[in-house]
Ligand binder design. Structure first.
Ligand code: ZN
Length: 378
């Protein structure tokens, strides 16, 4: 069925988006009170929250468990102000929404039905954090509610208690819904008060702003991890302690050093380039190097260090724990251009790699054999 395909595509899209957003983002969890549900970002047919019932003015309604306390409080505070908030509807399952939608679609077609009935998965009522309020348990769901004391009270007082009027007239094009003065959504009082201060932007805009701020903050603290370096090249870095025998087949013995041939060549080029600028680079050859890719300067000279700072990467080297470590030009250049320390790169890369695997990614055995000695050893 076309609709089911649409829904699963939307879910796939949102899970892909989820992978690129940091998990520290406040709205990424469905348990978060900021979780956005709309026609674009829909709930799965499998999503049903833990439900409890609340009763107000002799009628029981189902809501998500964590909505009980704030909603009970809202009803009591309104009552003290002389306002009886009746609950016309609370939680609605995907199946129930689907039934309503299908029945409408059977009569007028899916496109027309979508104009008047929420598409299954696109309703905040399935999330369990929204209720429709009115002056009567069964009536009053129309735009005239804004002129009643119930409508006025939720619009002016709801924000102090964690609720927002979700679908405002001026944001119909953003929310995808017509003005609904009766539909209130719980977001928690910290956020509802901020939303009020900001002039009642729709949840979509508010969450985007928080994401942007969070992302900017994180990107200042930590480097980005979408490195423009081929996976096969990065994979070779994943092993902290490569087996020298297996990984480095073409090693040379230079005094106490064991050096990979290609690394030795790259160092030779670096040395020659430095020499042209009157700088002599001498290696510490009396002590064993930890890996055949790691070289240490014999004595740190200020001019040599200054030269290496801006030139070592050109020959594929980065400084790591006092050693010039050969990574090859693409990665070394990337780190230099973006001012990323190797340790940060390594940590971020591991995160990215684990997330890649956890999200169903796999690595071809050819790449593993080429780059990961650990999987070869038996
Ligand atoms: Zn509603």
């Amino acid at each position: 069925m076309a609709l089911t395909q649409l829904v699963s595509t939307a879910l796939l899209m949102s899970s892909l988006l989820g992978a690129t957003f940091n998990s520290n983002m406040p709205d990424r969890s469905i348990d978060s009170h900021l979780f956005v549900v709309n026609k674009e970002y829909r709930l799965s047919e499998n999503y049903s929250p833990n439900i409890t019932t609340i009763s107000a003015y002799n009628v029981k309604r189902e809501i998500r468990e964590d909505l009980f306390a704030p909603l009970e409080n809202l009803i009591q505070v309104a009552k003290q102000d002389g306002v009886d908030l009746h609950l016309v509807s609370g939680y609605r399952s995907f199946a129930k929404q689907n039934k309503v939608f299908s029945s409408k679609a059977g009569k007028v077609g899916e496109a027309k039905a979508a104009e008047v009935v929420a598409i299954p998965g696109a309703s905040e009522h399935q999330l369990g954090l929204a209720v429709d309020v009115s002056y009567d348990n069964w009536m009053g769901i129309n735009q005239n509610l804004e002129n009643t004391k119930q409508g006025k009270w939720v619009r002016t007082q709801g924000y102090a208690h964690g609720f927002v009027v979700r679908y405002l007239r001026e944001y119909e094009d953003v929310t995808g819904y017509s003005y609904e003065p009766w539909h209130i959504r719980y977001v928690g009082d910290t956020h509802s008060q901020k939303i009020l201060e900001l002039g009642e932007p729709p949840l979509e805009h508010y969450v985007s702003q928080i994401r942007k701020e969070t992302y900017e903050k994180l990107s200042k603290e930590r480097p980005r991890w979408d490195y423009p370096v081929p996976l096969s090249q990065i994979l070779s870095l994943y092993n902290e302690e490569p087996s020298k025998k297996q990984k480095f087949k073409n090693t040379l013995k230079i005094d106490a050093l064991l050096v990979e041939e290609s690394v030795w060549q790259a160092f030779g080029d670096l040395q020659a380039d430095a020499q042209e600028q009157g700088i002599s680079l001498e290696l510490e050859k009396s002590q064993k190097n930890p890996y055949p890719t790691h070289l240490k300067l014999a004595n740190s000279k200020t001019d040599a260090e200054a030269y290496l700072k801006d030139n070592a990467y050109v020959f594929g080297f980065v400084l790591e724990d006092g050693y010039y470590r050969y990574l090859g030009l693409p990665i070394a250049k990337h780190l230099y251009d973006n001012k990323i320390a190797y340790a940060d790169f390594q940590a971020e890369w591991k995160l990215a790699y684990n997330s890649f695997l956890q999200n169903g990614g796999c690595v071809s055995s050819a790449i593993l054999q080429e780059n990961s000695p650990k999987t070869k050893s038996k």
